[in-house]
Design a binder for this molecule. Sequence first.
Ligand code: CP
Length: 305
Amino acid sequence: MLNKKDILGLKDMTKEEILEILETAKEMKTRIDDSSKRIDEIKGCSIVSLFYENSTRTRTSFENATKFLGANQVNIAVGSSSVAKGESMYDTVKTLESIKNGIVVIRHSMAGTPNYIAKKVDAHIVNAGDGQHEHPTQALLDMLTMRRHFGKIDGLTVAIIGDIKYSRVARSNIFGLLTMGAKVKLFGIKTLMPKGIEEMGATICNSVEEAIQGSDVVMGLRIQLERQTSGQFPTTKEYFAEYGITMDRMKLANENAIIMHPAPVNRGVEISGEAVDSDISRIFDQVTNGLAVRMAVIKLLAEGK
Ligand code: CP
């Protein structure tokens, strides 16, 4: 049984906990596809989104997940809230808790912010991405996508390619996939690989081809130009030519392999537009699966499990 107050990351989540969320997400998927199966069992529960960084997928899917479960959704526009008057993060969340918001979904550019707040309030905190640290619901929806395609995660080989250094998605996926018994291969150019990454238990590759060769899942990561403080590769055109995920390079992957990417995607930088739109791409399925995973997380927390 999932016995957690908060969902902060996959580093400390057990295989059983991940499985419970994925199994609940599977049930949620049937409710998304069939509106007659929607049950308002967490009616009365109020969930608030507090996003200090931009988002399209995560924020919208949390909002829709809440509505599909029959709960109340409150959205704080940070720029027009009292945060703009200098109110602290703690005072903001404590205020939201005081007006009966039981779950607070937080995205922040500073790593560790959701963990810090979770220790100080009774409300359930869900990390919707904190700096370069973790993005647990993204990795959970990625694993749901793999499970739906392959029927399992155990034994899969997953190549994660691109901006590993600045990627919270990479970190959460490495933790989650290794816990679930997958093999993880990583490739990024030297300036986009964090020091000590090999200690996490993934296999480090020397080329994009080596990473794709023999993989079941090829996951591209966005080149996060906004997090880079200095030029860390020559030009986006040269980067794509040398390291981009293309349909030609995908011939090295296993039969039945799929392409994934957390998005937003930089077409023609880390991945070709042709690969994004191809039959083996699961990029838009990932977004749909995000709705089911976020419904599962809200339901399990709201039920106090
Ligand atoms: N993948 C992801 O987190 O997307 P958003 O930034 O749009 O939420």
